[in-house]
Structures are given as structure tokens and as C-alpha cells.
Design a protein around this ligand. Structure first.
Ligand code: PHE
Length: 491
């Protein structure tokens, strides 16, 4: 007879029965019985109620003791008739220390120090290993131990109490002792013969969970990146091509009016590339203008007044900011016959020779927005930043004067984070200097406003991570990547 039918026969004779009792009567695994009950329940043949009971069980160590004897008995047996140096005895088993103190307190062994080094000898001729006997009783399910003994074994970590979940069964509305096979498929034959009218069909189980689909999972950084991209696109920005990690110092620094002796251009701050170490292709007319504005000034500026060297500009590096890409784009924009206003954005990797810690890595992502149009000023920048960060869910912004070689004025952006309950720095911004824009050939009345922020910081805040190593690198928990929710920045 099948297990489910055996259950039905049992229930016919008794009103209520616990699945644990059934499992032991049938000599079947409890889980199997529960499985059979669930299928009977789906047919309304039985009703089940969750029940709980507790049971004492041997721990792993308890099983060892039941098998091989208690630690004290094992130790006692290692003591030969003639005695054994204590130090040697302690090496006979991993549990010798516990065994020794128990055997001493039970009066099974003694220490003889008369000859100098302590010698352990048997104090009694024979012992009974009560602990082993007790544990074997528990193992057989004959638990008659007094509470204090059981608690002692629990303290010694030989026994543990476990809770077992079971079900109390009773007859259901469709109770019968045999199971009618229900149809699961409607066949063309049933339709042709009309037999479907009298057949019983298995009901759908609307509680069954579907198979989780096999699919890839986006890393939190990619989720936040696509949110940012969405925001820029909705605001009418065009994405800049950021697929060049290696840049020349010229585009990363010189074009941005960053002097050649600026500390950021040091190998301590920037990763220089050794092969190829230099770049030789530049728009030479423009390069000459950059050289001139650095060394002599122009466009109303006195310049930095130093000896600008092309060798310094030729050095290849891993770009330290995506503003290098913005510089290239603005130069190209300046080559148009007729200037047209533009809104650009980029979200990509940059590299800095940083000391690594909980919030800094040597590479991270920058989010950057750039707007070029006639007559733009600081008020436009503030308005755009307000609109942009509003979409990220930040309603209150504050600005602090800052310095960048390529922007004037420059502002650090702070936002009030409702969740953290404090003002946090979220970005940097400014109006690009004429010393940067005019050598490119942009018309004099064209201004460019821009801002930048990191992708990692909002991602860490959004996903509640406080160590960047949990977000990037070998320590990333793949389960976190699988299960973390989609990102809605403004929610
Ligand atoms: N490039 C700046 C940085 O690396 C960010 C920035 C972009 C500042 C555009 C002003 C304008 O932090």
C-alpha cells in the first residue's frame, strides 16, 4: 500500500493522530509522511494542524561518547596498571583534559608525586561508564534520565533539546480510504467521447510557487548607473563617449587649464602609463593656444606665467576624471561652423592613486553633466543642480565656494539626507573658465556649466553599505547582488 493510503487507513480508525506518531508506527521518515499528508490535504481528504514538540537528542560529541565511552572512561582506560606520567597521559586523546578532571573527581585515578614527576595511577580496579549507558538510552529513544542528570549532560554539550514541528491530522470533508486518481490533463479524446463531463479533475494549486527564472543580475552600481542615465536622458542630455580609460595629460589636465606643476599631476595622485608612455597626436593649432594661455595668458587673463612643456602634456595616464572627456567634447563642439547649445553627460570609470580604505578605491565612477549655451551663469548652474538632484530625491541643497583649476566660480554641493538626518557632500560643480573655453574656439558669449559626483557614494547610501569593499572587489557577496532590490533613486 502507498504511504498516503496507509495514512488514510490509520485515520479511519482514530480521530486524530500526530504525524510524528505515524512516522514511528510506519517506520518511515517524518518528512516523507508530511509530504504525503500535504498531498492528501490538497484533495481535502485530511485536515492538518501545526503542532510542536520537543525532544532530547545527542550532540555530535554526545554521539562520540555513546559510541566510544565518556572522556573520563577513555582516559581511565589509557592508564596502565603501572601508571603513566601525567604529561604523557594528556597526549592520549583530544578530550584528555576534561576526562582527567572528571576521572579525578569521580575518584577513579590518583596522582603519585613521590618519584618527582607526577605519575597517574588507577585508584579503583574497575569502573562503570554511566554516562555512556545514559547516552545510549537517549539514543534508543528511552529517555528516563532525571532532570538534573539531563541538565548536566546539556551543560557538558552531550545532549541538546530540539523542537520538532509536526502536524495533527483529522479526517477532511472528502475523507475516504482509497484515493481516486484525478485527471490532470484534458485530452482531445475526453472531448470527443464527452467523458470530461463525468471525470474529476485535479484542482489548480494557486499557492504553488513558480520556478525562479534563471537570469543574470545587475550589480548595484549598474542599477544606480541606469537610474542616473534615465534622469539625464529625461532632462534632454546626450551621453558622451567615455570608452577611453587612457588619456594624455594634455586632455586630462592642460586643456582644463590645470598648470603643469599642480600637485594632482604627481605620480602620487595619478597613475601614469608606461607603455605607451606618451601621446604625440594633438590638434596642434589648439595645443599652441593652450600653451600660450598657460605661459603668457590671453583672453583677458594673465595666465600662470611658467615655461609650459609639451613633454609634460604628452604623458599618458589613466584618466583621473571624466572632465577630460568633457574637454574633448567641448573642443569638438567649438569646431562646428555654427555654435549650437548642448547638454552632455557621462557616467564611467576614473582612476586615482589613492590610499585604499573603507571609502576609497583606486578606481571609481564619476557622473558628470555639462551644459554649453550662450549667456549661462551661476544662477543657471544652481537651477540645473536643483532640478537634477530633485530627481534623485534631494529636495534641499546647499553650496560652498570651492576651487577647481578649470572652473570659476566653483561650488561644492551639499544635500540634506533625510535618512541619515544630516548634510552630506554630494558633488562638485562650476562654470568653466574662459582660459579653458576660448582657446578651444568657442564664441565669447558661450558659457559652460558643469558638475560631477561619484557613483559609488549614492550607491553605498542607497544600499546601506558602509565599506566600499562590499561593493567592489573580491569580497562582494554575490547573494547580495542577486537579492538586492531595483533602484529607485527618488523613492
Ligand atoms: N572633475 C571634478 C572632480 O573630479 C568634478 C567637476 C566636474 C567639477 C565638472 C566641476 C565641473 O571632482
Amino acid at each position: 500500500m502507498e504511504l498516503n493510503e496507509r495514512i488514510l487507513h490509520y485515520l479511519e480508525k482514530s480521530d486524530k493522530v500526530d504525524t510524528l506518531k505515524l512516522a514511528s508506527e510506519f517506520g518511515e521518515d517524518h518528512q516523507k509522511v508530511v509530504g504525503a499528508v500535504k498531498s492528501l490535504e490538497a484533495l481535502d481528504m485530511v485536515i492538518s494542524e501545526a503542532a510542536k514538540s520537543t525532544k532530547w537528542e545527542l550532540t555530535e560529541e554526545g554521539k562520540l561518547v555513546a559510541d566510544k565511552g565518556s572522556h573520563e572512561a577513555v582516559l581511565y582506560k589509557s592508564v596502565p596498571e603501572s601508571g603513566i606520567p601525567q604529561a604523557e597521559l594528556m597526549k592520549t586523546s583530544p578530550n584528555a583534559k576534561v576526562g582527567f578532571s572528571k576521572a579525578m573527581s569521580s575518584g577513579w585515578i590518583l596522582i603519585d608525586k613521590s618519584g618527582g614527576a607526577p605519575i597517574v595511577k588507577r585508584k579503583v580496579a574497575a569502573i562503570t561508564d554511566v554516562v555512556q549507558d545514559h547516552l545510549n538510552e537517549v539514543k534508543k529513544g528511552l529517555d528516563t534520565l532525571p532532570d538534573n542528570v539531563r541538565n548536566d549532560y546539556k551543560k557538558r554539550k552531550l545532549l541538546q533539546e530540539i523542537t520538532i514541528k509536526s502536524f495533527l491530522l483529522s479526517k477532511g470533508p472528502q475523507f475516504a480510504t482509497s484515493i481516486k486518481k484525478l485527471e490532470t490533463d484534458l485530452t482531445s479524446e475526453m472531448l470527443l467521447t464527452g467523458s470530461w463531463k463525468t471525470l474529476d479533475f485535479k484542482p489548480y494549486n494557486f499557492d504553488a510557487l513558480g520556478q525562479p527564472p534563471e537570469c543574470g543580475h545587475l550589480h548595484p552600481l549598474l542599477k544606480v548607473r541606469s537610474e542616473f542615465r534615465e534622469i539625464f536622458l529625461e532632462m534632454g542630455f546626450t551621453e558622451m563617449p567615455t570608452n577611453k580609460y587612457v588619456e594624455s595629460s594634455f586632455w586630462n589636465f592642460d586643456a582644463l587649464y590645470q598648470p603643469q606643476q599642480h600637485p594632482a599631476r604627481d605620480a602620487h595622485d595619478t597613475f601614469f602609463v608606461s607603455s605607451p608612455a606618451t601621446c604625440t597626436q594633438f590638434p596642434m593649432v589648439y595645443l599652441e593656444k593652450v600653451k600660450k594661455v598657460h605661459s603668457e595668458g590671453g583672453y583677458g587673463s594673465q595666465g600662470y606665467r611658467y615655461d609650459w612643456k609639451i613633454e609634460e602634456a604628452q604623458k599618458n595616464l589613466l584618466r583621473t576624471h571624466t572632465t577630460a572627456v568633457s574637454a574633448r567634447m567641448l573642443y569638438h563642439l567649438a569646431q562646428q561652423k555654427e555654435f549650437t547649445p548642448q547638454k552632455y553627460f557621462s557616467i564611467d570609470k576614473v582612476f586615482r592613486n589613492e590610499t585604499l580604505d573603507a571609502t576609497h578605491l583606486a578606481e571609481f565612477h564619476q557622473v558628470e553633466g555639462v551644459i554649453a549655451a550662450r549667456g549661462l551663469g551661476l544662477a543657471d548652474l544652481i537651477a540645473v543642480l536643483d532640478a537634477f538632484f530633485q530627481r534623485l530625491g534631494f529636495n534641499r541643497l546647499q553650496f560652498k565656494p570651492a576651487y577647481n583649476p578649470y572652473t570659476e566660480p566653483s561650488m561644492e554641493i551639499f544635500a540634506f539626507h533625510e535618512g541619515l538626518g544630516k548634510w552630506i557632500e554630494i558633488g562638485n560643480s562650476g562654470v568653466f573658465r574662459p582660459e579653458m573655453l576660448l582657446p578651444m574656439g568657442l564664441p565669447e558669449d558661450v558659457n559652460v556649466i558643469a558638475w560631477g559626483l561619484s557613483l559609488e557614494r549614492p550607491t553605498m547610501i542607497k544600499y546601506g553599505l558602509n565599506n566600499i569593499r562590499d561593493l567592489v572587489g573580491p569580497r562582494v557577496d554575490l547573494q547580495m547582488v542577486h537579492t538586492n532590490p531595483i533602484c529607485r533613486l527618488n523613492k
